[in-house]
Ligand binder design. Structure first.
Ligand SMILES: NC(=O)NCCC(=O)O
Length: 373
């Protein structure tokens, strides 16, 4: 435990359940296998003070297709410097932290790594423009994109940033997808902007305009459904419709939303016959000026970002979560053949009545809509 905070549900079960029951509970809750990682990675993670966990999802051997095994890495971390440190110092400190964590991901053979949502302080609760908008940068040319990790480690990097689009004088909440060659493959902007509690993001940026892009990488077709989009089943569905084999969900989430966290990305993996990766930051971020929440309470912080990053598979299994309180790297090996195998078995997507939904939805959004009662 860190202070009075619960470290994780998994730790509670491990501490209190006898071994045979624990094994059964873990099978029911999670159902996947542990993956061995190199000793150098274990040592480096321990020296650098972050949790390292690794799991494997297997698929059946097929006759016509070879396995398509790849490894993803999910990184959760707290901000490094206080939020009133000079902006560039904060950015550099964060780059150093990410750099040392990605190096361990490389030791573990990770092919695609994803960081948490906008890896700057999550200052959008404050409604202040300065200095937070100074963190905004170009998706194509910004410091964070030019921070050369992808090519160095032959790894696809998903880097969620606050994007400044100079051409259109706009800010966006954007995930930049950098191919393992080091080139920017493209970007995916946050589709749904929360209007709840301290999530005052609509003061800073608009709903994304990049649709439901899927990126073809050397390690499979990937998409990014940023944070609040995970509450929208149709948002996951649209990425899946465009062929996503893995949907990443970089997030910054706190408090009352925690009971939903273990369920939403897992449901999406089941419903869409794909893998989903839910990533949340950790720690509590303090801001100098007091701000008022939607409920009238005054604060200097958002509350605890509860980490608990995990990966879910199309067969409904999922990994245990990373800690609620510590920085961590979750490495997961998955055979992408599992997606089609599960689709052929359960056929949720094949049996969807899309033409009917489309027709009824088209009617429901009209001003003259009358419910079919
Ligand atoms: N970052 C963000 O969109 N948070 C909104 C609350 C949530 O959905 O967890």
């Amino acid at each position: 435990m860190s202070g009075s905070e619960l470290e994780s549900l998994e730790k509670v079960l491990e501490s209190h359940l006898p071994e045979p029951e624990l094994r059964e509970v873990k099978r029911l809750l999670f159902g996947k296998r542990k993956l061995d990682f190199p000793a150098c990675a274990v040592d480096a993670a321990s020296e650098r003070d972050f949790e390292l966990k690794a799991y494997r999802f297997e698929a059946a051997q097929e006759q016509l297709r070879p396995p398509r095994r790849i490894r993803v890495g999910l990184i959760q971390h707290r901000i490094v410097l206080p939020t009133d440190a000079p902006v560039l110092d904060q950015v550099n400190a964060m780059h150093n932290r990410i750099g040392e964590m990605v190096e361990v991901a490389a030791m573990c053979g990770v092919n695609v790594v994803c960081f948490q949502e906008t890896w700057m302080p999550f200052a959008f609760c404050t409604r202040e423009k300065e200095p937070w908008t100074e963190f905004a940068e170009s998706a194509e040319e910004g410091n964070t994109t030019r921070f050369q990790l992808a090519k160095k480690y032959n790894m696809v990097v998903i880097s969620p940033i606050l994007e400044r689009d100079e051409l259109h004088n706009t800010l966006w909440n954007t995930a930049v997808v950098i191919s393992n060659s080091g080139n920017v493959l493209g970007k995916s902007r946050k589709n749904h902007i929360p209007r709840i509690g301290d999530f005052n993001e609509s003061t800073y940026y608009m709903e994304g305009d990049t649709g439901h892009k899927v990126f073809q990488t050397q390690f499979g077709k990937i998409a990014v459904n940023i944070c609040y989009g995970r509450h929208h089943p149709l948002n996951w569905f649209m990425y899946s419709l465009n062929g996503a084999e893995i949907i990443f969900n970089p997030s910054a989430t706190v408090g009352a939303l925690e009971p939903m966290w273990p369920i939403e990305a897992r449901n999406a993996a089941i419903a869409n016959h794909c893998f989903t990766c839910a990533i949340n930051r950790v720690g509590t971020e303090h801001f100098k000026s007091e701000f008022t929440s939607g409920d009238g309470q005054k604060h200097h912080d958002f509350g605890l970002f509860y980490g608990s990053s995990y990966v879910a598979a199309p067969d409904g299994n999922r990994t245990p979560g990373l800690s609620r309180t510590s920085d961590g790297l979750l490495v997961v090996e998955m055979d992408l053949n599992l997606n089609r195998q599960i689709s052929d078995k359960w056929s949720f997507k094949m049996t969807g009545r899309y033409a009917e939904y489309a027709e009824e939805l088209a009617k429901a959004i009209r001003h003259d809509f009358k419910p079919n009662i």
